[in-house]
Write a protein of this length. Structure first.
Length: 276
């Protein structure tokens, strides 16, 4: 199956799937399910391109496995957080903001479809590799596997540390600064971005479509820093944890893991000298 046909099929799958997930979210009044669907779609697309792509089978298996492993791990992690729980704060805020200007459910439908379109666009590195017939791996692809392994390991470790911290009732209202969270306020997002760097590197070995991979790291960085990632998460954390989170912000890097800053205390003013 050629590239345009695969891309069209992927688009149809994502449109249909997001429509069904939107109906479920509407019925349950919980639109957080879009995050779960978005992450799981990449495993579906990896299977689709892996089975139907005309490229070298070993390459399709490797890049498909990378996408699927990351996708399913993230979907499982999000599923534990979303299924059976109230709608997440980000979507509660969106619901409140969008309800002032018209049909909130229709706006969320558009949001879901936009996420599906993003799935298709972000799968271009996967598609490029699945179309590549070259019967050997390049050094770029092996470098991508190494970067991917670092990213997936770091993201999984950060998520597991935070999940254990939240599961302890004694930590309610506190800020997690353990493990990787001591060095970054969002280590999960940093290693998520690292994974997209890996996908871009892998795609560069499959030109010309693979050059589209160069768009992925800056695009994901924008989303993680300014849209659905750090900006929204920190606003919610400041509301729920207040001064404790502000103190954490002062000493901890926002994104790239880095040794925490020391808080400098202001020295006391010298006592005035006694004059005769």
């Amino acid at each position: 199956m050629n590239g345009p046909t695969l891309l069209g099929l992927a688009t149809g799958v994502c449109v249909a799937s997001m429509s069904v997930i939107w109906l479920i979210g509407r019925r349950l009044r919980n639109y957080s399910f879009v995050d779960l669907a978005w992450s799981a779609h990449f495993a579906v697309l990896a299977l689709l391109y892996g089975l139907l792509g005309p490229g070298w089978p070993a390459r399709r298996l490797l890049i498909g496995g990378m996408y699927a492993l990351w996708s399913l791990r993230l979907a499982f992690h999000l599923g534990r957080r979303i299924i059976g729980e109230p709608e997440e704060g980000r979507y509660v805020s969106l619901r409140e903001a969008w309800s002032r200007g018209g049909n909130v459910d229709l706006k969320f439908f558009g949001f879901f479809q936009l996420q599906g379109a993003l799935n298709v666009f972000l799968s271009l590195p996967l598609l490029a590799a699945a179309l590549n017939p070259a019967p050997r791996f390049s050094w770029l692809e092996w470098l991508a596997v190494l970067v991917f392994t670092v990213g997936l390991t770091g993201e999984a470790a950060a998520d597991e540390t935070l999940a254990r911290f939240k599961a302890d009732p004694a930590n309610r209202g506190k800020v997690c600064d353990r493990g990787l969270w001591r060095y970054s306020r969002h280590p999960n997002y940093f290693f998520e971005w690292t994974i997209w760097v890996a996908y871009a590197l892998f795609a560069l070995a499959s030109p010309p479509l693979g050059y589209a991979g160069l768009l992925m790291p800056p695009l994901m960085l924008h989303f993680l820093l300014n849209v659905t990632g750090i900006k929204a998460t920190e606003e919610q954390s400041l509301k729920s944890r207040g001064e404790a989170y502000r103190t954490y912000q002062e000493r901890t890097s926002a994104f790239v893991p880095w040794p925490p800053r020391r808080r400098h205390s202001v020295p006391p003013s010298p006592e005035p000298e006694n004059t005769p």
